[in-house]
Design a protein around this ligand. Structure first.
Ligand SMILES: C[S@@+](CC[C@H](N)C(=O)[O-])C[C@H]1O[C@@H](n2cnc3c(N)ncnc32)[C@H](O)[C@@H]1O
Length: 291
């Protein structure tokens, strides 16, 4: 599936796929992002991570892969809440180091491990995991087909994948189509149906879809107030944020909030199963609007 005409992928030409991944990883391992977004770098925070774990029916005997695990917050939440073993992977070495440190600090070093790698070329054996999660990250991968094919390869037959991600409906303002908006998970967000098709194209049959648009609105509102707080602190010369274009960040946050409030941007969970053998036919999809 190629990106629809006029979409961010076309406009991002000029950035190689490697450059996009490096920009994204560098942004998400910076202290600035942590300041603006908090520990869990996705809408819905720990609550939606636990929801994903429930839908995937994780338990003490489940081996889970967290693709694009960031600083490891979700992996720690899942290991603590469901007792599962979690392997986290992230493109940023700095994130992997911080996540490893956090796991040890929480006494979870025997249950959780982190590796540096690319979601589009997972460094794991076939059928290695019972479940996969990928939160707020598929939208940033330049080659989404390669990533979902990798999900299917490393998932055991009968295993399930849970993606939570930004969704878009229709066109967005120009400010939400550039590199910075790509990194902010907006520019290459897809309609829910496209995420389902991406998974289906990899042989993963979707079974649950939940819309959590309210979580996105709350997340953006949180980012906006932290942004305002940061600007006040800079004005008072209490902190410095070199290398961040605050005016652009403010514009993107304002436009994103408008898009979320008018239904052009949303947030959703989509789960899918890898069939054991030849497809046993479509599963009835349960589509639910949540908070
Ligand atoms: C929005 S953050 C989400 C982090 C985490 N999943 C969470 O929800 O807290 C996106 C993450 O994707 C990682 N990332 C971006 N491209 C990647 C790739 N190709 N392979 C692995 N990780 C990637 C970034 O380093 C960053 O940590």
């Amino acid at each position: 599936m190629s990106a629809p005409e006029g979409r961010a992928a076309d406009r991002a030409v000029g950035y190689s796929s490697t450059a996009l991944k490096q920009c994204c990883a560098a942004a998400y391992d910076s202290d600035i992002l942590r300041l603006l977004a908090g520990d869990t770098l996705h809408p819905g925070g720990a609550r939606l991570t636990q929801r994903l774990g429930q839908v995937l029916e994780l338990g003490p005997h489940t081996r889970v892969l967290d693709v694009a695990a960031g600083r490891g917050a979700s992996a720690l939440i899942l290991a603590t809440r469901f007792g599962c073993e979690v392997v986290g992977l992230d493109y940023s070495r700095k994130n992997v180091e911080m996540a490893t440190h956090e796991a040890a600090r929480h006494g979870l070093g025997d249950k959780v491990a982190f590796y540096c790698g690319d979601a589009e070329r997972l460094p794991f054996e076939d059928d290695a995991f019972d479940a996969i999660i990928c939160e707020c990250a598929l939208c940033t991968f330049p080659d989404k087909e390669a990533a979902t094919a990798e999900f299917a390869r490393v998932l055991r037959p009968g295993g399930r994948v849970g993606v939570s991600d930004l969704t878009r409906r229709g066109s967005l303002p120009r400010e939400l189509e550039g590199l910075e908006a790509w990194i902010a998970c907006i520019a290459d967000a897809r309609p829910i149906e496209e995420y389902r098709k991406l998974l289906a194209g990899a042989g993963l049959e979707t079974d649950v879809t939940e819309e959590h648009d309210r979580a996105l609105i709350e997340f953006i509102e949180g980012v906006r107030s932290r942004l305002l707080g940061a600007e006040i602190m800079i004005g008072l010369k209490k902190i410095e944020l070199p290398g961040i274009d605050l005016a652009l960040a403010r514009t993107i946050a304002r436009q994103a909030l408008t898009a979320a409030k008018t239904g052009k941007l949303g947030y959703a969970i989509v789960t899918a199963v890898k069939h054991r053998g030849p497809s046993s036919g479509p599963l009835g999809d349960r589509v639910k609007a949540q908070s």
